[in-house]
Ligand binder design. Structure first.
Ligand SMILES: Cc1ncc(COP(=O)(O)O)c(C=O)c1O
Length: 418
């Protein structure tokens, strides 16, 4: 394929192959192009140790093991490998075994699940909490469990795919407002006045690291009594707000949030998702959210570890403080290099390099050869004019690791920019 680099995954969604178990023929041709294979070789590389800041990877570039500084994992607070979390998970494993062996309504609910859900509800200062086996399942299930035909789901255009898929599953009308634009949101709500509406936003937007403009958005929603707010705090729980409850706490607007989502796979260092809201709607969701009631309950050792993770992260602010120190230090270094980090206000820092996919992958190769695990993010995951790298800062990073990483970024990214 001569022009293979001009295509992306956005071009092969529709499949005219008469056999449903065969992909489109031009997709096969595209995937077999050596330049496309080189791009895809950055993905699904195998980590050979825990997702710490220093890790070993079986590199797809040369098929060999190499040591890397890892800027890509969401282990923001290092809890996935915290010794107390591991010890608690091992105890959970010994006492309860590996799997819950049942859906929560029938036989999968353990006292561990009940304890943790209560702890999370108390932490988030909501009446009740529902646990899911995955974050994605939590978002899907909440949308599909709450919304009905005729309802409206309004989302920021940068909301996560799980929320969009949840809306599709619920078969509701979906409207997207321009990113963080309260005026556009207002126009949409005005056009749909009187309809039962859920507004979905995120605390920290995961590709840009900026915060939701919650005060302005709440002001708009206050004019529409039928609009309730859902916030996805996947990249903000345990990190934002004096008590770590997220961006809604950071803005002092928790009482305006009707339902709040979090994932256990990022700052918590585990796996699973949760939503917190009033007791009546959680009771109702239990009956209708399929990823809850038709799926096995979360794995007991994971929940045992998560109970400890919540305790460790909230007993003092040391992990959070270290994360924000590291974030400030990283950002200062990147600013000195005059890199474009967009509108980041969080531990998620994009390095936007522009529209050239070739340049992105040339830089990605150079960075990886120098021992930095910093993944390229290409279209369609981000707009074609703002291809980027994305740093996930961790409290575990040492100053030496940040200095080494910044030297590599300066040589292989900053210096190569036109
Ligand atoms: C904003 C947001 N919501 C939900 C999810 C899904 O969470 P999980 O990976 O725990 O399934 C993600 C995952 O990246 C996310 O970024």
């Amino acid at each position: 394929m001569d022009n293979a680099l001009r295509f992306s995954l956005a071009d092969f969604f529709f499949n005219d192959n008469p056999d449903v178990l065969k992909p489109p023929s031009d997709f096969e041709e595209w995937m077999s192009d050596s330049r496309i294979q080189a791009c895809f070789s950055f993905f699904e590389q195998q980590l050979l140790s825990a997702p710490k800041t220093s890790t070993e990877i079986l590199s797809n570039l040369d098929g060999k093991r190499h040591k890397f500084i890892n800027l890509t994992s969401y282990n923001y607070l290092g809890l996935s490998t915290h010794p107390e979390v591991i010890a608690a998970a091992i105890e959970g494993l010994k006492q309860y075994g590996l799997g819950a062996s049942g859906a929560p309504l029938l036989s999968g609910t353990l006292d561990l699940h009940v304890t943790f859900a209560r702890m999370l509800a108390e932490f988030k200062q909501k009446e009740d909490c529902l646990l899911f086996s995955s974050g994605l399942g939590g978002n899907l299930g909440t949308m599909q469990g709450l919304l009905r035909k005729g309802d409206l789901l309004v989302m920021d255009e940068k909301c996560h795919k799980s929320l969009v898929d949840g809306g599709t599953l619920a078969r509701v009308k979906m409207k997207f407002f321009e990113h963080n634009d309260p005026l556009h949101l207002n126009r949409i709500l005005e056009q749909h006045k009187g309809i039962r509406t859920l507004l979905a936003i995120e605390g920290v937007y995961s590709m840009d690291g900026d915060l939701v403009k919650l005060p302005e958005i709440v002001d708009v929603c206050n004019q529409y009594p039928n609009v309730r707010i859902f916030i996805d705090e996947a990249h903000s729980t345990l990190m934002f707000g004096d008590n770590g409850r997220g961006v809604a706490e950071h803005f002092g607007l928790e009482d305006k949030i009707g339902i709040s989502f979090g994932t256990l796979s990022k700052s918590f260092g585990g796996l699973g998702g949760f939503v917190c809201s009033n007791a009546k709607i959680i009771r109702y969701l239990k009956g209708y959210a399929s990823p809850y009631n038709f799926s096995c309950a979360p794995s007991p050792p994971v929940i045992a570890g998560m109970i400890k993770a919540l305790e460790v992260a909230t007993r003092d602010s040391s992990l959070k403080d270290k994360l924000w120190d590291n974030t400030a230090y990283f950002k200062k270094n990147l600013k000195d290099m005059q890199l474009d980090t967009g509108g980041t206000e969080s531990q998620v820092i994009p390095i936007i390099i522009g529209s050239s996919g070739e340049l992105l992958f040339e830089m990605a190769t150079a960075v990886q050869k120098r021992g930095l695990f910093l993944q390229p993010v290409d279209f369609p995951a981000v707009p074609a004019h703002s291809r980027r790298f994305r740093i996930s800062v961790s409290s575990q990073l040492s100053k030496e690791e940040i200095d080494t990483a910044c030297n590599i970024i300066e040589d292989e990214i900053a210096q190569r920019l036109p």
